[in-house]
Design a protein around this ligand. Structure first.
Ligand SMILES: Nc1ncnc2c1ncn2[C@@H]1O[C@H](COP(=O)(O)OP(=O)(O)OP(=O)(O)O)[C@@H](O)[C@H]1O
Length: 355
């Protein structure tokens, strides 16, 4: 690594291994996390995400390998001295302290001057949208407000990195969606290097600028959301980062399958590309309207395999597909993934929720 490259990297894990008995929770993991980035560690339950995050925090000790923070080897340094902020799924607030005192806690134990504490806490409460709630107690906050208080508390001591372990995992879907938009904005404002553990592919795609996909204690691929969605290197990444259909033995995205009544596929907007597959006959088994998109469940007439295409409402209205009729389908784009892989089976056509 060159000196200039090292300057841009905030966190490195080099050859990290962690076993629990015979079980390898981290199996030779190496990753570089750029300064100022928001990186998601994404993978199914048990893939090692939390173990990796906790190793970066110093809450777990690696069996071998190194953790480098800001260019300094911290492998043997205690969590308290690593300058990290950490937020868990179930945040343990001090119940007897007000919101203001919870946020001020780290600053008080560091014996910062009172005016500085007041200024900093006011600023953070404003940023996390809790300015009017400073005198409430944790029990008087909603789950989402409590997690925002946790983030303010973690940020109060100006950590070098912010580590978030499923911080919105216990909240309902709508609140989670709001909070991840909020987290993205907060990150744009604060720019602290952030690592977020999630098993929710939509959350990772929505919020992170880089995603590392973990599977069975190994990193499968690291890249931007676009890289992983459009250029997955393995079947596992392809299946975990979105919906997939299997058409003639190839994994394709359902929205990359065109459906039409004649083999020339007159209705398809996209003409065939170098990557597109040939035309296949299929029978329509079910048409499901999902608002803007329409899901067409089909059966491949040659192989008998069931698969799904996703078409627009406009195409659906023009086609007026009927159950039982036979149609022509063609994949217009086939990502170049490994020929075979370790598929998260339950993922097929079920979005990337793993646990
Ligand atoms: N203290 C421990 N003792 C024994 N096994 C452990 C311990 N902590 C974690 N494991 C195991 O290590 C593996 C990885 O755990 P980890 O919590 O890192 O996974 P994860 O990807 O974060 O999963 P989840 O999304 O379910 O939290 C799991 O199989 C888990 O059972």
């Amino acid at each position: 690594m060159t000196a200039s490259k090292a300057d841009e990297i905030e966190i490195s894990v080099v050859g990290g291994k962690k076993n629990y008995g015979d079980f390898a929770a981290l199996d030779d993991v190496s990753i570089d996390i750029p300064k100022g980035s928001l990186t998601a560690l994404l993978g199914p339950s048990g893939s090692g995400k939390s173990t990796l995050l906790r190793s970066i925090a110093g809450l777990e000790q690696l069996d071998s390998g190194q953790v480098i923070l800001g260019g300094q080897d911290v492998t043997w340094i205690s969590p308290q001295r690593r300058e990290i902020g950490f937020v868990f799924q179930h945040y343990a607030a001090f119940k007897h302290l007000s919101v203001r005192d919870n946020v001020a806690f780290g600053l008080k134990i560091r014996k910062r001057p009172k005016p500085e504490i007041k200024r900093k806490v006011d600023e953070l409460l404003e940023i996390v949208g809790l300015a009017g709630f400073q005198n409430r107690f944790p029990a008087q906050l909603s789950g989402g407000q409590r997690q925002r208080m946790a983030l303010a508390r973690a940020l109060a001591v100006d950590p070098q990195v912010l580590l978030l372990d499923e911080p919105f995992g216990a909240l309902d879907a709508k609140v989670r969606e709001d909070l991840r938009t909020w987290l993205r904005r907060l990150h744009d404002e604060v720019h602290v290097t952030t690592v977020l553990v999630t098993h929710d592919q939509e959350e990772a795609l929505d919020v992170a600028d880089r995603i590392a996909v973990l599977n069975k204690g190994k990193i499968e691929q690291v890249g931007t959301p676009e890289d992983l969605y459009d250029r997955p290197e393995t079947d596992f990444v392809m299946s975990f980062l979105g919906q997939v259909s299997k058409l003639n033995g190839l994994l394709v995205r359902p929205h990359d399958i065109r459906v039409g009544r004649d083999p020339s596929m007159a209705l398809a907007q996209a003409t065939g590309t170098a990557e597109s597959a040939g035309v296949t006959r299929a029978v329509v088994e079910r048409v499901v309207h999902l608002g803007f998109e329409v899901k067409v469940e089909l059966k491949n007439l040659a192989t008998g395999e069931a698969f799904t295409a996703q078409i627009t409402r406009g195409d659906s209205e023009a086609l007026q597909l009927e159950t039982g009729e036979s149609v022509y389908v063609r994949a217009t784009r086939i990502p170049k993934v490994a020929a075979s892989g370790d598929l998260p089976g339950a993922q097929t056509m079920a979005a990337g929720q793993a646990s």
